[in-house]
Design a protein. Structure first.
Length: 77
């Protein structure tokens, strides 16, 4: 996952880090940590909250070789 996606989507929605933090139940500093590369633990709960707050879908692919991927996508209308 490129954490730039979180920043890009947040700014596309016109949200500040504080506003996204409110949607996520986090602080603006926590949002900044996510945008800088996921300094917070990436959990399934966080991915679900991000999907809801950013109005996107999240697809997760976990594979045994460690090349896991997380992809944000636009929600279908």
């Amino acid at each position: 996952m490129t954490w730039d996606s979180v920043y890009d989507r947040r700014t596309a929605l016109g949200l500040s880090q504080s506003a996204l933090g409110e949607r996520l139940g986090m602080t603006a500093d926590d949002v900044e940590a996510v945008e800088l590369g996921g300094l917070l633990p990436v959990t399934a709960d966080l991915l679900v909250r991000l999907a809801v707050a950013l109005e996107v879908t999240v697809d997760v692919r976990v594979v045994s070789d460690g090349h896991n991927t997380v992809t944000f996508g636009e929600r279908a209308a």
